[in-house]
Design a protein around this ligand. Structure first.
Ligand code: DC
Length: 687
């Protein structure tokens, strides 16, 4: 996940390959609640791992449900339900900005408190307290639920209270508005079977029901838990007498169809000629309404094939065709159409989206503002948006996209990075990219796994310098701050030296050492394993850092054939969104066109001191004088060698960090980067 202030994406020129989608948010939070209300244990597979499901899991745990991770797949959970009986009668629950947790838990706890007694407080983020819930409160109060609005009337936070033995008035139809959010109806449908007795429970929907496909998800999942709901059109729903939640035992969560929309769009825009974008986890058999987005994408020009659990998309017509669509059934995925409209031959008009205004942010206003920054012309109304693409390629702008703590704004905006396919060539800045964690924490990794950038467009920040100058620590910190890949080129030479030792190859046997370098089976850890390294499947993270290994590296690195053998491996690390590379010749030989070159130095005294500290902390005793002599000898060899000697590139910025701590060094390099990043240069050029 990119937990950084902003992520710069280079211009992207194509997309192909396979993406496996995370589980559907709507399905995940519904089945969690249903499993919590049923008796016994439900095994949930492929559950979404995100902020919104985390708050639901946390709430259920607080309420006394059994919540345990299973071992079958990465997202296997075992939920042991309450069988409709409260395990505790007081709780204060924080539900973040998750509407799919707030609305159904409000209905559930209101009904349980009213009949079994208790007091439950539901709160969320500041934005959650601006998202309406009054229609649900209005539907529940006439049944006998006591609901206190602790903030503004009609909005969370709420307190749900009641006494044991309370009765609910269920004889008359329950009335709920359907034209603000379908989540109010879904919340009632999920919770009311708790109150099922000898009679039907009827819900009448007032106003035109929006987002019907989400209600269909609710009905389909209720059926999986043994609850049949009769529906008369979209205005009356009836729960049969004696309904009880019965766990299906195990349930697989399908991939998120709204999340699929970004990859369908990427395929329609950028999978030209070769292989398609293949999406796995959701397909033609989906119960999610947003799967209908595929038809809208087709209408714009996408070539789509699909089957159970998969979708393949290629570019069809190009440019895309502007479309007019009533997006009432696909409000979330319709945001993606607004961004696809940047690549169309004329304006696109999306109507039926009044609900956008009460989502994670006011999505109509947000979308209009950000698309305008990119160069589009946008007209917005209370329930529609009309987007005309930038009139010409030169009208595209290098925009810093605000994301408003809205995951979909961030994911949608990323599609503007394909602007070279519209003839433009601008990098894109996504502010607060972490907000995708709401539903798709690894979104940018997934997109960058499919997208292609021209190597020359992928920025490189080269950090060279002598041994023990602190390059490695600095490079890792800078890479983390920018969300870039990291190349520790010294590790390649160290691993080569190690492989030679393992195989009994002498260090000056150039052809044989070069052959080892060319066939190096080296793997760098990602994510939780970042910083660990495996050679031929063996964890060599500690061995690589030994002084003896460094010395061997220094010797093999003087052999031209070894350097040549490792060259391609290093170039291949230049992948979007960018690369921070540290070594001796990153700026001079491997990446002579690097965006920023830093040459890091520190006095020999200071470097020996640091290395000494490092070794002592590892429990290795040494003396500073010997260390300093070793360092100086190694630098001398690295500087004097015939190929790629250690020296600053002519255009490198020198940083002597003798008197700086690591944070100061990082701040200095990031400051230089801010001035020179491709995004900053493009912004100045186009301003
Ligand atoms: O950065 P390091 O200490 O891990 O490097 C170990 C040795 O590898 C160093 O003495 C010189 C060599 N090296 C090199 O020649 N070129 C690089 N780009 C990186 C390291």
């Amino acid at each position: 996940m990119f937990d950084i202030p902003h992520l710069d994406l280079p211009p992207l020129v194509g997309a192909c390959g396979t993406v496996r989608l995370p589980g559907s948010k709507s399905i995940s939070n519904r089945v969690l609640l249903l499993a919590a209300l049923a008796a016994g244990t439900t095994e949930l597979h492929d559950l979404l791992d995100s902020d919104d499901t985390a708050v639901m899991l946390g709430a259920l745990r607080t309420l006394g449900c059994g919540v345990a991770r299973g071992a079958r797949d990465a997202q296997h959970w075992r939920i042991t339900g309450l069988a409709g009986r409260l395990a505790l009668h007081e709780a204060d629950l924080f539900l973040g900005n998750a509407g799919t947790a707030m609305r159904p838990l409000a209905a559930t706890l209101a009904l349980l408190a009213a009949t079994q007694g208790g007091s439950f407080t539901l709160r969320g983020t500041a934005r959650m307290h601006e998202r309406p819930i009054g229609d649900l409160v209005d539907a529940l109060r006439p049944l006998g639920c006591t609901i206190d609005e602790l903030g503004a009337p009609g909005y969370p936070p709420l307190r749900l209270r009641g006494r044991p033995g309370g009765q609910l008035a269920l004889e008359r139809p329950i009335r709920v508005r359907g034209d603000v959010s379908s989540q109010f109806l879904s919340a009632l449908l999920l919770a009311l079977p708790l109150a099922a007795g000898a009679h039907d429970i009827t819900i009448d929907v007032e106003g035109e029901l929006i987002s019907r496909p989400y209600v269909e998800i609710t009905l389909a999942l209720l059926a999986r838990f043994g609850i049949a709901v009769q529906r008369e059109g979209w205005s009356r729903f009836t729960i049969a007498p004696g309904s009880t939640y019965r766990s299906p035992g195990a349930l697989h969560v399908e991939g998120d169809a709204s999340s699929a929309s970004y990859f369908v769009a990427a395929g329609a825009i950028a999978a030209a000629g070769g292989a398609p974008v293949r999406i796995e986890g959701v397909g033609s058999d989906s119960i999610q309404g947003d799967i209908a987005f595929v038809d809208a994408a087709r209408a714009m020009g996408a070539r789509v094939a699909s089957g159970p659990g998969w979708i393949e998309v290629r570019r069809g017509r190009w440019p895309l065709t502007g479309l007019t669509i009533d997006a009432t059934p696909i409000p979330d995925a319709a945001m993606t159409l607004a961004v696809m409209a940047l690549y169309a031959d004329g304006p696109s008009r999306i109507t039926g989206i009044a609900s956008w205004r009460v989502k994670e942010t006011d999505r109509i206003a947000a979308m209009a503002a950000e698309l305008r920054k990119l160069g589009a012309t946008v007209v917005e109304g209370p329930d529609f948006i009309e987007v005309s693409p930038p009139p010409a390629a030169r009208d595209w702008r290098a925009a810093a996209i605000e994301t408003y703590d809205d995951h979909r704004m961030a994911m949608c905006a990323s599609l503007a990075a394909f602007n070279p396919l519209a003839g433009a060539h601008v990098p894109l800045r996504i502010l607060d990219p972490r907000c995708v964690a709401k539903t798709f924490p690894e979104y940018f990794e997934a997109l960058l796994g499919l997208a292609q950038a021209a190597p020359a467009d992928v920025p490189v920040l080269a950090i060279d310098g002598p041994t023990a100058s602190g390059k490695g620590t600095l490079a890792a910190a800078v890479a983390r701050a920018l969300g870039f890949h990291l190349l520790d080129s010294g590790a390649l030479y160290r691993a080569t030296g190690l492989a030679a030792a393992w195989d009994g190859v002498t260090l000056d046997d150039e052809p044989r050492v070069a052959a080892l370098a060319a066939a190096l089976q080296l793997r760098f850890g990602q994510g939780d394993d970042a910083g660990r390294t495996w050679l031929r499947g063996r964890d060599v993270s500690d061995e690589l850092r030994l002084e003896a290994t460094g010395l061997a590296a220094s010797r093999v690195s003087a052999l031209p054939a070894v350097r040549a053998a490792l060259h391609g491996l290093q170039l291949a690390c230049r992948r979007a969104p960018g690369l921070v590379a540290d070594g001796r010749d990153m700026g001079t030989v491997v990446f002579p066109g690097a965006t920023l070159k830093v040459f890091l130095t520190a006095s020999a005294e200071k470097r020996a001191e640091r290395r000494h500290k490092q070794l002592i902390s590892k429990g290795i005793s040494t003396n500073i004088a010997d260390l300093r002599a070793d360092l100086e000898a190694r630098d001398e060899r690295d500087r004097k060698r015939a190929v790629a000697p250690l020296k600053p590139a002519a255009d490198a910025l020198l940083l002597d960090n003798s008197a700086l701590d690591i944070d100061e060094s990082v701040a200095c390099v990031l400051g230089w980067w801010q001035e020179r990043s491709p995004f900053e240069l493009a912004r100045r050029r186009l301003a």
